[in-house]
Design a protein. Sequence first.
Length: 239
Amino acid sequence: MEVRFSPFNVWYEINSWWEGRFLERTVRGAFSKTMREQGPRVKVLFNHGTDFHIGDKILGVPRDLREEADAAVGDVPLLDTSYNQDLLPGLRAGGYGSSFMFRVIKDEWNKEPEPSDHNPEGLPERTITEIRLYEFGPVTWPANPEATAGIRSSAPVLSMTDDFYARLRERDPERVARLEERVRSFRTPTADEPPSGTPQAAGAAPDADEPAARHSGGLTHAQRRVRLYPYLTKEGASS
């Protein structure tokens, strides 16, 4: 299976209650360090391990992770399992997209871009320049419509962040309620916000056990996440 899970320089919209609404893209070089360090330890799952039937069973172990000129790519020999056999027809037909789970190490924000062909509404724009990769694989609804998964031979876009917290709410509703209250308090801009277009380095935040939001009115995502980190860490948040 070849998974082109992150096409470079392709803008796609993120629309999340937790993060806000903005455009996002990755650029070449964002994956080079994590691919070199993580290699076969990166997991390959279907629908990020949330499928009702397959769950978090791995589809295979990455044989090759690389950055090509236009995308981050993973080659994965599929295990000989019944659940992979069930996925094969859809993969052969090109019916699935792909996605990945990651933590942002470095990113840059333009909070007030001029309207353009790729951004007619002038939404905030986020460029991810370095990430830590945890997982990738085929998905039914990719955030990036150009991210693909298919076999090689010799609806609405769902927010991953909102899905993560929806599942966390089932396990610990009080924790999520406290985090929601924190997010609401950040909706009103404050005087310590940097000027428009100032790059934001998500890697400057203290480390935490969980991957970052798998993927703005008011605060930027980077600002909001930095301010939420102590609460996520205290609450023991995990993916």
